[in-house]
Design a protein around this ligand. Sequence first.
Ligand code: DAH
Length: 366
Amino acid sequence: MSDYPAMQARFVADIGAAADLDALEALRVAALGKAGSVSALLKTLGGMSPEERQVQGPQIHALREAVTTAIADRKAALEGAALEARLAGERLDMTLPADAAPRGSVHPVSQVMDELAEIFADMGFAVATGPEIEDDWHNFTALNIPETHPARAMHDTFYFPTQMNDAAGRAMLLRTHTSPVQIRTMMSDEPPIRIIAPGRVYRSDSDATHTPMFHQVEGLVIDRGIHMGHLKWTLETFLKAYFERDDIVLRLRPSYFPFTEPSAEVDVGYRQEKGRRIVGGSGDDEGHAWMELLGSGMVNRRVIANCGLDPDEWQGFAFGVGVDRLAMLKYGMDDLRAFFDGDLRWLSHYGFGALSVPTLSGGISA
Ligand code: DAH
């Protein structure tokens, strides 16, 4: 019969002295591995008489227990020490003075949202916001998208578990568009209303041109006697100011959205130059084509009524456009995913100086 206490003492001493995780792993294999010495002892149990096994079994199992525990303890100690060393090495002294040259930059999405706010402020629009965690009434039902409407399925919605339904029993979700801000604004403000609502939206979709989170800006005007002419003028004025050129040509194409009636998809003319799309000119011109840019229309009477307003008195138009896409078109990025990688090289290449605030008088993207 082996001297188990002596073996245990030797193992525990070696394990306690293991200098790193590799050395510890070598000891574990030597003791508990397939061909390890403790494993070999466990195998001898099979050949023992019942009496012998009754005496030696508990001792061998105790030995294995002790070795296993010693290894786990040493492993935790080594990992803790490694973490401490890393933390000490990565320490930042927050009391040091800031770098003289500012290194941060404004993300293109923030820049474009600032540009939009500036352009629309000049036309008398205020900036409105709404929650990113919405309920399905504001995101869908009030916008004339009932439960059975195919648009609900088309939106690839991220829903929260039903236990998180709100007090009114409404399902909670990540808003799939900025259109619910139309509803919130019509319910909280007295018309006339002129707002844009920029912000994050979410859909379960991901490839080079789709990310699960992206940005939209919604526009809403509610007043008396509003018609499609106001919509077209507003979009034209906005896009000319945004792209900083006068030759922007729009094409309104009949379309369908549940919350607008009639609805129009808006295309802009562009041409391809050195692999980039340059907005400008009519899509029917030589060397030009049309590109779909945004959705719009006259606010559906039912949506106005859902917000407690009288649709015979109040009319309006609305539009929705992708902010990331606007940024890509103006500043020439080609992969949407890079927008949200947080890569400092990308940010310093496409980012904007923190002090260059867009103004209409100073040049919108200067
Ligand atoms: N909410 C639509 C979407 O996300 C975009 C949109 C279309 C907004 C037409 C509007 C509109 O306000 O009138 O696809």
